[in-house]
Design a protein around this ligand. Structure first.
Ligand code: SF4
Ligand code: SF4
Length: 755
């Protein structure tokens, strides 16, 4: 708890809009001994030495910097005491708009900006006053990485991790290393100039891993149990010689993919005619020397089968609606499951299009080569998706003897006269044609192993598997947009096709990325820091167990499984698994969870620090905005930077995540006399962007309970609203705020105002 705070006003950044001297005077008068140093400095960035001297000279234990957003130049201000920023530039001066067109009497409008700044400064002082330096929650930081899966990605990860000096334990379930790459004798380009296929480097990579004394390989083995927390996991591996336990700091999940069950491709002959195979099967045939066909169609356009599956789905939905049967029962249920599976398969195949596009080029090239160019390969595509620099390989293949490729709508695949006929329309050749071939190769969908199996076997309260995998179509990666490799279990990083269908070169790059995350995680855990997304955060949730009622809400709602519990239901925290989102303290009805520098009392005190005028008609309403610091808060900053102003009756408090919003803050605001509360958080649902996966979704569920409580108290539930804001919606967010404030103004004052 800061007891001696230095307050500094940045004249350069706010002087044009605010009377910094008057604000400083207000701070001294109001806070007295708590703020022994209050200064207006010409340029804050040039006052670092002065502040450092004040910290020593006046024994300050907190510094409050009033100027630009904490997101701007924060790196400049690293002091040996707690530091807080008051955002007077972007979200006050730059965002201010004199609301003289407002329907309320705004005769005091010129004071609104000063009042807003005064509130923010006072909120900053109390925030610092209620903040403590977190204790250390450092763990051992075992310098050993477990790699699950000995395929191409797993081998690359093991080699990379060993090269960084870490010990590696590689666990492979089969009796040989290499995985699916064993069926790729000739690889697509893996290095510059990215034009030529190359002999697969798999054998060399296997020798490298097997010959590295830092890498222990377990074949015919699987991870039976992973317990503990990042930096000090205990892994139990079932090996042919019995279970073996070892300490590991982090895990790279590289268990790869399994082929999609592609029943829906039956209309194109798959599973019906031996002359129609998928790419994975064709690869194996090629390796085994079983390809005798001389005219081969590689078909990337499966619209024909997809349309049939979609038509069946629509038909099933119609008949279900007509009959209104109980969902999921009997034959009808089976049909629905079949249709659902087909639609999922279509999606998986679409995700795999880049891998199939490059794969078809590679297979066509290889088969021509293996037959001394006695073979003709026809590549028929609707979308040829060649990622990045592999475009060069595609261009090279366009000129390759024996390979013909064209965009085409494949309208039928049928057998005629002992051959297969592929009917092609709308081709780039300017005509429709029927292609007679010996073999048709269709694409293979890559399904992550996590969709089928429990791969890690966590000994966690929330169960052995990654949660909510359905949300991600079975892929283990939990945030493609901002944090690739992350899973919903801290310390376990996904790489390769278990994360996303990827080509071999991308898998190798992925392995490096995941290893880097694993190393960061071990290093951060050994320093007691969060690894992501709040990198470097030393705080962690602390529980007052005396008042815990064992309701289990925190242990159930933690998005990352950081909390175990005992037989009575008392939470058992694992700080190194924790992402510091605060969802647990948002959930806790007893409010017994807190962070040293972010807690219920602190935000509640900030809310109470706002001066809410009693005369709604004369002085306007007050609206509290709880803004997620990940997307909404930066969007507000960017809006301010662009002088996109918003209604000055609002007061903004950043929160770690909307999941951390505790209902008591809303009660605090309403009893203080605020007329409305806006919660600005990330998008959720299928297209979610929440940095903590489902904090904003959890908040929306809690909001329903808040609405019920407000209704019971006779307060309109519409006074509290949640809005979804993406980081790039800076143009939109001021309009959202203005519309909400207008709504509140139309509703009139909070009935509790002034009570
Ligand atoms: S802060 Fe977030 S990750 Fe940590 S225990 Fe609470 S809910 Fe879980
Ligand atoms: S939510 Fe609060 S009261 Fe409930 S188990 Fe967790 S700490 Fe205890």
């Amino acid at each position: 708890m800061a007891g001696k705070i230095g307050v500094y006003f940045d004249q350069q950044n706010i002087g044009g809009g605010l009377d910094a001297e008057a604000l400083a005077q207000q701070v001294s008068q109001k806070w007295g001994d708590l703020t022994p140093v209050v200064k207006v400095v010409p340029v804050l960035a040039e006052a670092v030495d002065e502040i450092t001297a004040d910290i020593e000279g006046s024994a300050l234990d907190g510094v409050l910097l009033c100027g630009s957003s904490p997101r701007a130049e924060a790196g400049l201000y690293r002091f040996p005491v707690q530091v807080e920023h008051v955002n007077l530039r972007e979200q006050c001066v730059q965002a201010y708009r004199n609301p003289d067109k407002s329907p309320v009497d705004v005769s005091c409008a010129p004071e609104l900006l000063t009042g807003m700044a005064r509130d923010y400064v006072n909120m900053g002082v109390v925030k610092l006053q209620k903040s403590q330096v977190p204790d250390s929650a450092a763990v051992a930081g075992v310098a050993r990485i477990m790699v699950l899966g000995g395929g191409w990605t797993g081998l690359a990860a093991a080699a990379e991790a060993a090269a960084t000096g870490y010990e590696v334990v590689l666990v492979e379930k089969s009796d040989r290393l290499g995985g699916a790459a064993n069926n790729i004798p000739m690889a697509s380009p893996l290095a510059s100039p990215w034009e030529e296929k190359q002999p697969s480097p798999l054998a060399g990579r296997i020798s490298q891993v097997e010959g590295d004394s830092r890498i222990t390989v377990h074949l015919n083995s699987r991870l039976e149990k992973l317990e503990g927390q990042p930096g000090e996991f205990t892994a139990t591996v079932a090996t042919p010689s019995g279970p073996q336990t070892c300490a590991v700091g982090a895990v790279v999940l590289a268990t790869g993919w399994t082929p999609l069950d592609q029943k829906f491709l039956a209309p194109m002959g798959l599973g019906q005619n031996p002359a129609v195979v998928d790419a994975a099967t064709f690869g194996k045939m090629l390796v085994a020397g079983q390809v005798s066909a001389r005219r081969i169609a590689f078909v990337l356009d499966t619209t024909l089968a997809e349309d049939a599956a979609r038509k069946a789905a629509a038909g099933a939905a119609e008949s279900a609606e007509a009959a209104s049967p109980a969902a999921g029962s009997g034959e009808e249920g089976e049909e629905k499951a079949f249709v659902k599976e087909n639609l999922e398969s279509i999606r998986h195949l679409a995700y795999s299009n880049a891998v199939n596009s490059v794969g078809m080029l590679r297979l066509a090239n290889t088969v021509c080569e293996k037959t001394d160019d006695a073979c003709q390969a026809f590549i028929l595509y609707k979308d040829m998706t060649v990622p990045g620099i592999l475009e060069r390989f595609y261009k090279k293949m366009q000129d390759r003897l024996g390979v013909m490729m064209t965009k085409a709508d494949v309208t039928a695949v049928r057998e005629a006269g002992g051959h297969m006929v592929v009917e092609c329309k709308n081709t780039l050749l300017g005509m429709d044609f029927d292609l007679e071939v010996d073999l048709v190769v269709l694409p293979t969908g890559l399904v992550p192993t996590t969709a089928k199996d429990v791969t890690v076997n966590f000994d966690y309260r929330q169960g052995p598997d990654f949660p909510d995998l359905e949300l991600f179509d079975g892929f283990a990666d939990s945030n493609y947009i901002c944090f690739p490799y992350e899973t919903r279990r801290t310390g376990v990083y996904a790489a390769g096709c278990v994360r996303q269908p990827l080509t071999m070169d991308a898998c190798e790059e992925d392995a490096r990325g995941a290893v880097l995350k694993a190393v960061q995680c071990i290093e951060a855990a050994s320093r007691g820091m969060a690894v992501h997304p709040r990198s470097g955060d030393l705080s962690y949730p602390v529980f007052n167990f005396v008042r815990c009622t064992q309701c289990k809400r925190c242990t159930e709602e933690c998005p990352f499984g950081a909390l175990d519990d005992d037989e009575k239901g008392t939470p058992r925290p694992n700080p190194a698994r924790c992402r510091r989102c605060g969802t647990c303290f948002g959930a806790c009805p007893e409010r017994v969870i807190s962070f040293a520098n972010y807690n219920i009392d602190q935000i509640g005190s900030m809310i109470r620090e706002v001066q809410v005028p009693k005369d709604f008609k004369k002085d306007g309403p007050r609206v509290l905005i709880l803004a997620c610091e990940n997307d909404a808060y930066p969007a507000l900053d960017m809006a301010g930077e662009r002088n996109r102003s918003w209604n000055p009756y609002c007061r903004i408090i950043p929160v770690r995540c909307l999941g951390s919003v505790n209902a008591i803050w809303v009660s605090d605001a309403m009893s203080k006399g605020f007329d409305g509360v806006m919660m600005l958080g990330c998008k959720y649902g299928d297209d979610y962007q929440c940095h903590f996966v489902k904090g904003s979704e959890i908040c929306s569920r809690r909001k329903e309970n808040i609405a019920e409580t407000l209704n019971r108290l006779g307060v309109e539930a519409e006074r509290v609203e949640q809005f979804e804001v993406a980081i790039d919606e800076y143009d939109k967010v001021p309009g959202m705020i203005d519309a909400f404030v207008d709504r509140i103004m139309a509703m009139g004052p909070n009935p509790f105002k002034g009570m």
